[in-house]
Design a protein around this ligand. Structure first.
Ligand code: SF4
Length: 294
């Protein structure tokens, strides 16, 4: 086993200070990602962060690594392309529930069924924060928001259950107020070979006055505190994914399985990352193709 050389935490800190509202849960997620990267001994040149649009999608700007702030709901698609171009990179997607489970839901499902080796961290605050407090795909029934003044009538998406039935092979849920626990979940996701989802309760202190830090502190419990819970047991994970009542909400690793990744199965990638393979097109033809698309 290779020796892990932990780098100082400052190595991962971006030059720009986060502009999130004071108390926003996303600060805890950023710190957890730094801690996870440190613990895994990742070098910043090997990390590629991709985000969509939203408050949480600003995260790549605050972390020192390669990154791209892409289009609304398209982060998973951009990340899939980056991974296929260079599958030696640690490609981590960061974004919110509206971006990932609403606008980008289609890409999310297809990336999971392909089991691409990507890590998706969704800062799930159950509201649209950047656009000032409309109901999102994970807003609970009855929640009064700007767009649902008489209470939300739509059933929320269940990201853990959706990931389980769509083929993700590492599925976890954390809480941004449980920093070290969250860092372990994220680190587990990055180390995992296959698609990993880390859904994170990351409270929006400005627009969600129900699902607050205090709410999650009171209700969350850790799956791994039960020594009998087996992350390899798919049926138990599915059952647990529907557990959400007034008293307890599970966090931790729900499921971990092994399956061939898309990269392992794709013959074109067997000779190594595409970025290092010669382009099998003559220069004249290459110039013609570029000209055509210019
Ligand atoms: Fe965070 Fe909400 Fe402020 Fe956005 S609006 S930065 S999600 S607290």
């Amino acid at each position: 086993m290779a020796t892990v050389v932990e780098l100082p935490l400052e190595v991962y800190q971006g030059a720009v200070e986060p502009d999130w509202c004071p108390g926003c849960g996303d600060f805890g997620v950023l710190r957890a990602l730094e801690l996870a990267s440190q613990k895994l001994g990742l070098r910043t040149k090997d990390i590629f962060l991709v985000s969509g649009i939203g408050c949480s999608s600003n995260l790549p700007g605050f972390f020192h690594a390669y990154g791209v702030h892409s289009l609304h709901g398209r982060a998973v698609a951009v990340a899939s392309g980056a991974k296929l171009a260079n599958h030696e990179l640690h490609v981590v997607i960061t974004g919110g529930d509206g971006d990932g489970y609403g606008i980008g839901l289609n890409h999310f499902i297809h990336a999971m069924r392909r089991n691409l080796d990507l890590t998706y961290i969704v800062m799930n605050n159950q509201i649209y924060g950047l656009t000032t407090g409309q109901a999102s795909p994970t807003t609970r029934v009855g929640h009064k928001t700007k767009s649902t003044p008489r209470g939300n009538v739509e059933l929320p998406i269940n990201p853990v259950a959706l990931a389980l039935v769509s083929g993700a092979t590492y599925i976890a849920r954390g809480f941004s107020g449980e920093n070290k626990h969250l860092a372990d979940l994220i680190g587990g996701g990055i180390a995992h070979h296959g698609f990993s989802l880390v859904d994170v309760f990351s409270p929006c202190v400005t627009y969600n006055k129900i699902n607050t830090h205090q709410f999650f502190r009171q209700h969350c419990y850790k799956l791994q505190d039960d020594p009998g819970y087996q992350t390899s047991d798919y049926d138990s994970a599915l059952k647990k994914s529907f557990e959400w009542d007034d008293k307890k909400i599970p966090i931790g690793v729900f499921y971990k399985g092994e399956q061939l990744t898309y990269e392992d199965s794709e013959p074109a990638l067997k000779k190594g990352p595409l970025v290092r393979q010669p382009l099998p097109v003559e220069k004249g033809l290459f110039d013609e193709l570029v000209e055509e698309f210019y």
